[in-house]
Design a protein around this ligand. Structure first.
Ligand code: AHM
Ligand code: MG
Length: 341
């Protein structure tokens, strides 16, 4: 049996930091804190469904405290680990309407972190994989005062780090700092994330499409035509594609990153901007996919080039293997030609 060298996530963070001679270690600390929160959330996600068996009721725990829903609990874990060493000046979460309030100890922070603490949480009771998505930016407002909205309303290309944690058959931590995408699998026996997927690349073209086809009647004609095209038989272009849709973005994204293909959450008649949030879901995954050789667009422009106007702004999303995303865009452009003339 051939063994490969064991690289813990902490060692990997430090090795990455060494590439920047002027690094202060603060950015590395953020990544470290995120991986710590991932371990805490893993522990509690693994207990989901056991609360009534191991003596904790779903209403209150043994000390009489009211139990929080797992997604709010995960939110609090991420806020707590990020908000104690004064490195982060602004925090925003999909679970919280406005900027998370931080006290004066955060005013000297030079970084901004945004996250979706437990995406796909409606799937928890069915034991389906769920995830955390995160995004890191440099602060824009002057250091020394409270953070401002412009710190969080930055276009995605300004991210200096992004990634996700998938709580699946194992927990994985996948991240990029603009230097490739690296995946770590959690080994509960030693409590460490170990490098399992160095330098991840997505196939140039896949054979999977992921979309909630129940919304078919409210898709725009270009999306309908593209999906119908993927279902046609054509040996040369590997069609028909396989349909895979879990309804848990991190899980759908992770599978397609590994195997290749396209994930689409288009605008629908009911929600013209789709369902997914630009800041907490689309931007971080767009940075990851681009670093892995893929593409992400809203149908009109690159996701990472969108300047957000609102903390909870939504956007349509086409993300995945570059050839597949390009082909979907061909259908959109073709449709536009017909609509304009
Ligand atoms: P959430 O952030 O409230 O958990 O919702 C986001 C989830 C994604 O994980 C998933 O891709 C999408 O919603 C599924 O939506 P739908 O049920 O409309 O297909
Ligand atoms: Mg979400």
């Amino acid at each position: 049996m051939k063994f490969q060298s064991i690289i813990t996530i902490d060692r990997h963070f430090i090795d990455q930091e060494k590439k920047f001679p002027y690094a202060t270690g603060e950015f590395t600390k953020i990544l470290y804190n995120l991986s710590l929160a991932a371990k805490i959330v893993t522990r509690d996600v693994r207990k989901a469904g056991l609360v009534d068996i191991i003596g904790i009721t779903s209403d209150s725990n043994s000390s009489g405290e009211v139990q929080k829903k797992l997604d709010m609990y995960a939110n609090d874990v991420f806020v707590n680990v990020m908000n104690h060493d004064g490195i982060v000046c602004a925090l925003a979460s999909e679970e919280v309407d406005s900027l998370i309030e931080l006290d004066e100890s955060a005013w000297g922070g030079r970084y901004v972190v945004m996250f979706d603490p437990l995406d796909g949480s409606s799937n928890i009771d069915a034991n389906v994989s769920i995830g955390t998505i995160f995004s890191i930016y440099k602060r824009q407002s002057p250091v020394g005062g409270p953070s401002q909205l412009r710190d969080v309303l930055q276009p995605g290309y300004k991210q200096i780090g992004a990634g996700y944690i998938i709580y699946g058959s194992s927990t994985m931590f996948v991240y990029t700092t603009g230097n490739g995408v690296h995946g770590f699998t959690y080994d509960p026996s030693c409590g460490e994330f170990l490098l399992s997927h160095p330098n991840m690349k997505t196939p140039k073209k896949g054979a999977i499409y992921s979309i909630n086809e129940g919304n078919w009647n409210s898709f725009d004609p270009a999306t309908q035509k593209y999906i119908s095209f993927l279902k046609e038989s054509d040996k040369e272009s590997n069609r028909p594609y396989t349909s895979r849709y879990i309804g848990s973005l991190v899980a759908d994204f992770h599978r397609n990153l590994l195997y290749g293909g396209i994930y689409i959450y288009p605008g629908t008649a009911k929600s013209p901007d789709g369902k997914l949030r630009l800041l907490y879901e689309c931007n971080p995954l767009a940075m990851v996919i681009e670093q892995a050789g893929g593409k992400a667009t809203n149908g009109q422009k690159r996701i990472l080039d969108i300047t957000p106007k609102d903390l909870h702004e939504r956007t349509p999303l086409f993300i995945g293997s570059p050839d597949d995303v390009d082909q979907a865009m061909d259908f959109i452009r073709e449709q536009e030609k017909h609509t304009v003339t």
